[in-house]
Write a protein that binds this ligand. Sequence first.
Ligand code: SF4
Ligand code: SF4
Length: 219
Amino acid sequence: MKFPDLVSASKRLVFRRATEENLSANGHLNMKLEQTEALEQRLCKACGFCCDGTLFLHVRISESEPIRAYKKAGLQLMDSPEGKVTMRQPCSGFSKGSCQTYHCRPLRCGEFKCALLKQASEGAVTESNALEVIRETKKTRSRYTALLHQIFPEFEQRPVVSTYRQIRKASKHLSGEALKLFRARKSQLKEYRESLQEALDLHFYDSQGKEDDDRSKST
Ligand code: SF4
Ligand code: SF4
């Protein structure tokens, strides 16, 4: 009788140890996930480029999503010419540097991670380096938009991403002082725009992201 008892006691011990090891591994995993999520939130709060019109023009919404709930939450949706529902950017839910409808945001918003966020989550870039990239890119964007809005005040209402391609077209309608200013600052504006695009290409868009200014392409 002693022998089976010993077997079952040793089995129980092995089982308990395995369970404890599993619990500790799970606990560790959960902690890691929480840390990664907190890191992502800190970076996104400092950034906002995928919500404020710097990177994308639209967020595509699929038919199965709760469109009514999104509208009720204050998100501005529209029907595209192809009959698809999209959400224009800058997003109406983006305010004070963060998403005001976080618990009722489109699927693609929840799925999207820019290249920088992916690298930071995987530990390929440190948090302070990622924050530095965001700060520097914001400075580059401010330099570009300040000059852009000085020459084309009507661009103030437009998402930054839509202005990259519109400068040449808009310049054809300039006259008088505005035209003089454009001619004098044209090369500087081009230089600022290229620096911004370079920073966005290098750190934020991934291999597919820029195709049609639609953040859904990058998820
Ligand atoms: S662009 Fe990247 S870091 Fe910035 S808010 Fe979007 S996912 Fe976050
Ligand atoms: S719903 Fe939230 S996450 Fe999505 S674009 Fe708007 S502010 Fe950004």
